[in-house]
Design a protein around this ligand. Sequence first.
Ligand SMILES: NC(=O)c1ccc[n+]([C@@H]2O[C@H](COP(=O)([O-])OP(=O)(O)OC[C@H]3O[C@@H](n4cnc5c(N)ncnc54)[C@H](OP(=O)(O)O)[C@@H]3O)[C@@H](O)[C@H]2O)c1
Length: 306
Amino acid sequence: MSRAVVYDTFGGPEVLELREVPQPHAGPGEVRVRVAALGLNPMDWILTSMPEVAAQFGITLPSGFGTDFAGVVDEVGEGISGFAVGDRVYGGALGRAAADSAVVDPSTDSLLHTPAGISDEVAGTLSVAGLTASAVLEAAEVKAGDTVLIGGAAGGVGVLVVQLAKLAGARVIGTASEGTFDFLRQLGADPVTYGPGLEDRVRAMAPDGVSAASDLFGTETAEAALGLGVPAQRISTIAAGPNPPGGVRATGGFNARPEDLGRIADAVAAGEITVPIAATYPIDRLREAVELQAQRHAHGKIVVTL
Ligand SMILES: NC(=O)c1ccc[n+]([C@@H]2O[C@H](COP(=O)([O-])OP(=O)(O)OC[C@H]3O[C@@H](n4cnc5c(N)ncnc54)[C@H](OP(=O)(O)O)[C@@H]3O)[C@@H](O)[C@H]2O)c1
């Protein structure tokens, strides 16, 4: 037997139960990972609480929980090459990460080798946020010399977007609440409060203009960027719903290439960027971790360990 988080009905964190389940095995073309840590994303509890979204992702009840993970390969199925028992790995497997054993298909899930020098706690946060950050910056065509406005800059995706934009040679202005300003400054961003008047505040901070923008929280930043004269094709969004404003570019992790994620992990290993961990919880306190994530004021990532 091994443990897995399972839910039988849709709802809040209270539906998540840590249960003893039969030990799963890697079938042909699959790899079994002994999970050591998983990072939370808003999508995890959105899938748990919104049946209509879960249906879009093919999730049926009872379901497992969690996507991002890191750990060690402890079984490989027939036909697997490139992964062996004992390899440290990380990646993303929708609805399967919160378990002692996650069975992963490298042809459809994300599965990469963990670079030396990165802990499981950090590697286990990288898949969704890393792929998404990469897609966000590519869609906004961020490059050296840009002044980039990032909405929701201190969140799990934002901390990577900010640092990768800085690494690319851009100036970054990031939205946050005032209590988050020092945190954002440490990442290299110039902080600005979100909320009414954003456009004017950013205009005062960047009199020579803003050249690109990424909205990681609703549509406020995308709308401010349009008002500041940023061309719609240089504004990317990941959280605007089906109708982003003014022709801006909706994107997401699904648009990134697997090698983009590997490059981000290498940048972490090289110390070029960091992954701030807001809080770490043991798996038997998963519900608290989910509650904290769902408040939407985390600075960086929330991690759960097994
Ligand atoms: N399309 C995709 O592939 C994809 C992938 C990943 C995520 N997403 C979506 O992208 C969004 C961001 O994900 P995440 O993991 O970065 O979320 P997160 O970690 O929960 O974001 C938390 C951050 O949001 C900030 N925030 C709170 N209220 C805000 C507001 N009104 N305006 C601007 N920022 C605000 C907070 O800053 P303060 O603490 O300073 O308030 C906090 O730092 C979510 O909606 C998620 O579902 C989409």
